[in-house]
Design a protein around this ligand. Structure first.
Ligand SMILES: CC(C)(COP(=O)(O)OP(=O)(O)OC[C@H]1O[C@@H](n2cnc3c(N)ncnc32)[C@H](O)[C@@H]1OP(=O)(O)O)[C@@H](O)C(=O)NCCC(=O)NCCS
Length: 242
């Protein structure tokens, strides 16, 4: 916890509550590498399911500044992947700004995150809020269309609901807007502008952004999705970023 706060510049008191209250909190998924009696490197894994296939997500990789450059993060990531594989979960994914460390552990870039203003129709009246039961139903129908889409079980939905999200009606689907950012949309219509408020920004994986036909100029967000033993690029909304 202290390493995480120091390395990622988080306020310990604020982060403490969130860290332990987060639905995904599981001490069995917190990994640490010790040397000379000191915790040097940490990371967290998240259980994921794409179609019928299990994977792990890796996040929060951090080494204390005094121990960097000694190969410790590489060793911990490699070890976590090896243990996961031995348990039958071969696929691993992670989001990274820099790819070099993870490339050395067998990861390759499988997609990238893009962002940009959505070409918007603007609202003439407030869009209807979609009840959560309907959102779950629509998402699960969407998910069933491809074996590479991230499934949300009760744990996945608990994580998803942990931060306030409002889903608004878009045709027969919905869009999830947080502030002025849309990170999730289940919407099948191909339109040159979307029924969202002017100024709404999209943030999503490029493959999915293209498949959804999100209208607007999208630029790389300098964040890559990397995968190890990925049969095909996984599809997930950035609302599920771990
Ligand atoms: C990234 C980090 C975990 C690497 O830890 P480490 O124990 O020094 O890693 P290793 O010794 O195994 O490998 C070092 C190499 O990782 C790579 N690297 C450095 N920073 C990196 C980063 N932010 N992301 C990915 N790779 C990185 C470089 O190739 C580096 O080699 P170099 O020092 O010759 O440039 C550490 O620098 C850190 O805690 N940074 C701050 C937190 C962070 O950015 N985490 C990554 C989140 S995706």
């Amino acid at each position: 916890m202290t390493i995480l706060c120091d390395v990622f510049d988080l306020d310990y008191n604020l982060a403490h509550g969130v860290f332990f209250a987060e639905p995904g909190f599981d001490p069995g998924r917190k990994w640490a590498l010790f040397a000379d009696g000191e915790m040097k490197t940490i990371l967290t894994t998240t259980p994921l399911v794409f179609g019928d296939s299990k994977a792990i997500g890796i996040a929060g990789v951090a080494t204390i500044p005094s121990a960097r450059g000694q190969g410790l993060a590489e060793r911990l990531v490699a070890e976590v992947c090896a243990v996961s594989e031995a348990q039958g979960v071969r696929e691993a994914i992670l989001f990274a700004k820099r790819t070099d460390l993870y490339a050395r552990c067998g990861f390759e870039v499988v997609d990238e995150v893009v962002r940009g203003p959505i070409a918007a129709m603007g609202y003439s009246e407030a869009a209807a809020t979609v009840p959560i039961e309907q959102v779950e139903h629509l998402y699960s129908e969407w998910c069933d269309e491809s074996p590479r889409r991230l499934r949300r079980d009760s744990f996945g939905w608990a994580r998803w609901k942990f931060n306030l999200k409002v889903c608004e009606s878009m045709g027969l689907g919905y869009g999830c807007i947080e502030g002025s950012t849309m990170r999730e949309a289940v919407f099948n219509e191909t339109l040159t502008s979307w029924p969202v408020p002017t100024g709404t920004e999209w943030y999503g994986l490029r493959t999915l952004t293209t498949e959804l036909g999100v209208p607007g100029d999208m630029a790389p967000a300098e964040l890559f999705l990397m995968g190890r033993n990925c049969p095909e690029p996984p599809q997930m909304f950035m609302t599920d970023q771990f």
